[in-house]
Design a protein around this ligand. Sequence first.
Ligand code: MSP
Length: 511
Amino acid sequence: MSFVITTPLYYVNDKPHLGSIYTTLICDSIARYKRLTGADVIFITGVDEHGLKIQRTAKNKGVEPQFHCDEISDIFKQNWKDWDITHNKFVRTSSQKHEYIVKEFYNRVKKSDDIYMGVQKGWYCVGCEEFKDNPDNSPTHKCPIHQKTLEWKNEENLFFKLSKYQSQIEELIKEPTFIQPKERRNEIINFVSKGLKDFSISRTNVSWGISVPDIDNHTFYVWFDALLGYVSAISLDMNQPSLDESIDNGWPADIHLIGKDILRFHAVYWPAMLISADMKVPKKVYGHGFLTREGQKMGKSLGNVLDPDILLSKYGKEAVRWYLLKDITLGQDGDFQNKRFVDIINNDLANTIGNLLNRTSSMSRKWFNNRVPSNEMLSKDNTLELYAKKTVENYFRHFNSYELDLAANVILSLAINTNLYLNEKQPWTLIKDEKNIPFVSNIIYNVLESTRIVGLLLLPILPNLSSKIDQQLGLLYNEKESWENQLDWGKLIHESILPAPNPVIEKLEYE
Ligand code: MSP
């Protein structure tokens, strides 16, 4: 079973920002989860390199656009290594392979009689690379996203007949699973109901782009070009890629995970382009929310941009992952608050999960000869077993519907409940009387087993912590046995050796 997931292709005007890290971490976690459940995952990320924004960035730096793109692309690739991202495709829209695909696609759309020459007039945001509404036609009107003044454009462009696909798009977006979350779907339904307008797909004043095959001085509009990166990423042939080859290799995407600001492109323009080229539309477009910092929108002009490199070096990738995936509901806006961040990491990971592991392992080592208790002396108390089974069920349900925060929270609840169980049973009091050994064996085994399941469930979310928990339990993740089977209760081997405990996660300090 193949599963194709994509991040947006990020503009190379600068190194990755927290928003791009956020989307990529979510995709990475989903990709890891899908792989663990046996899917053949194609995880696509990459960079969007053409257009006016990049052309100007390079010019301001005094370098050639290609040179600039090479430099920033390498930074993206390095970032994904530093954050342990497990993508298997990194697409560059300035590559030859991609250019091939764009031209082939254009020819298909042209054959469908969906291209014509027209005049494009309007207010343009170079930051978004998109025409915007400017209700008063004011020359000082700013784009609400980039806070940059819009530019007036009036030029001859090629147009794509989006209006022709009105009813097909209406049908598509009616489908409840196509656009998620629900609120975003309603926004798009509302937008489409006002009537789709044809949009321009070429430019005459942008030299940094793919040239339109049959028309002098026209390059493709950066969005027409970039969306096709999802398709060119899948083709393997570097010299003569083709749309058919991409189709054979896995198109359509199962999910495009993107920020809410670029939903129209993905849920309306892109499917119409694909239908025109006689290709399948993506199965789902998921629009996540925006991150703010301490309640404020982040922006260069506000001087409050949170640098992900600093977060990474100060706190480590897993702390940031946990905060972004567990504390923010996918689809809603989220806020990065330093105090909350430190509290969450210390409470959830260090105090709840880390301490649970360390204190139980220490008790077991002390009372059972450095080992997991033997099963000869077990009594029968299946409270934790039942709780763990329920947890696993809920976890799968949440992950399958992309409720990553809920999936993370059920793991945490299992750890919290395991701690409570331990406190309630008080094995340290029971052990004082020898006749209680069967009960203590049972309690300790249950707690260690529950902790093993906590560790396994963490695998797609916090892969490093997960493997540290395994090591601490004297286990090595068994790649031969399916992850799902390993989640069955009772797999922790009685009398196996428990290594001396080490803290699996460091506590963080407030700034
Ligand atoms: N190049 C286009 C995408 C083309 S896809 C074929 C683009 N690139 S981007 O680099 O500007 O944006 C990438 C992603 O970052 C978008 O999904 C956008 O929503 C997201 N974010 C930008 N700022 C953000 C936050 N403050 N918070 C969360 N994500 C945000 O758009």
